[in-house]
Design a protein around this ligand. Structure first.
Ligand code: PMP
Length: 300
């Protein structure tokens, strides 16, 4: 099993920096029993200047706050204090490139009433590209994304991730790298831990918000399309339409931008190296590392 901490690892909990190995949680917590907790996934990079920077820290902590508000978990922290604590966790652990996991969780309560107080934990570990570097073979999942009318789907809530685990494990059990989930109406929604894009005839498409997590990487890729004059459209599409794509990719903080090889065994039309996906993958990497990016060079 991957070791996320050792005897020296420091985490942040409710205003204090403590050893991970000596920190505990209450076994009667409402979060543990009902999945009633909210979390984030953030990355820090050693940028071109040599400085360690947390990518889109404000956007992630804004989403953490909104995720809590949507499911009525009290949130009493400011972005400033959380961002400061996050840099401190990196510094205390001597980390430069790290995956950061803030978690807001609730104290003991076995009722189904909303929490009246909450705790915050921020921990970090070194993590390579979550889905690897190679192109992924994905399958249409038999699991749908949770119904937006049954849940606050835009809240990055712990309990929602059982759906992601089911879809991801199903894909692995069937020999694929990852699953792709549909929404209630049968349109493509997202991966278990990443948003999806495709390219067709020089244009880029991604599902609109509604049945998906509003990914911060998704927003960054959209921003990059605008910066690079790549036509982009948010629209609903089916698996059949996706199968006609020239290229497709997943994107998320942990996975970054990762190309897809095939869907249900059917390869995408173009070699990845010649796709707009590859251009956006390199532009994303340049952005997080605060490096200059020249599209012309990439296509040469
Ligand atoms: N969808 C789901 C279900 C996710 O878990 C994630 C990862 N947080 C994403 C999309 C991508 O979001 P982000 O780019 O903000 O990491």
């Amino acid at each position: 099993m991957y070791s996320y901490y050792n005897d020296n690892t420091i985490l942040y909990i409710n205003g204090e920096y403590r050893k991970a190995a000596e920190s505990t949680t209450d076994l009667y917590g409402q979060s543990l029993h009902y999945g009633y907790a909210v979390f984030e996934g953030i990355r820090a990079y050693k940028t071109a200047s040599g400085e360690v920077k947390i990518f889109k820290a404000k956007e992630h902590y804004d989403r953490l706050r909104r995720s809590c508000e949507l499911i009525h978990i009290p949130f009493k922290w400011t972005n400033e204090e959380l961002i400061e604590a996050t840099y401190k966790v990196l510094e205390l652990n001597n980390m430069q490139e790290a995956y950061i996991r803030p978690l807001v969780f609730c104290p003991p309560n076995m009722t189904l009433k909303a929490a009246s107080e909450a705790h915050i934990l921020i921990c970090a570990w070194e993590w390579g590209a979550y889905l690897g570097e190679k192109l992924l073979k994905i399958m249409t999942s038999s699991f749908e994304r949770p119904n937006p009318k049954a849940f606050k789907i835009e809240s990055k809530s712990a309990g929602l991730y059982v759906n992601s685990i089911l879809a991801s494990q199903e894909a692995k059990d069937k020999g694929y790298d990852e699953g792709l989930l549909l929404d209630q109406a049968g349109y493509v929604a997202e991966g278990p831990g990443a948003n999806v894009f495709f390219e067709k005839d020089g244009k880029v498409f991604t599902p609109p918000l509604g049945s998906i997590l509003p990914g911060i990487t998704r927003a960054t890729v959209i921003e990059l399309c605008h910066e690079l004059n790549i036509p982009l459209e948010e629209k609903l599409f089916t698996i059949d339409e996706l199968k006609t794509a020239d290229a497709a990719w997943f994107c998320g903080t942990a996975a970054e931008v990762v190309g897809l090889d095939s869907l249900d065994g059917q390869p995408f039309g173009k070699p990845w190296a010649q796709s707009l996906g590859k251009v956006l993958q390199q532009a994303y990497k340049a952005k997080v590392l605060e490096k200059e990016f020249e599209r012309a060079e990439q296509l040469a």
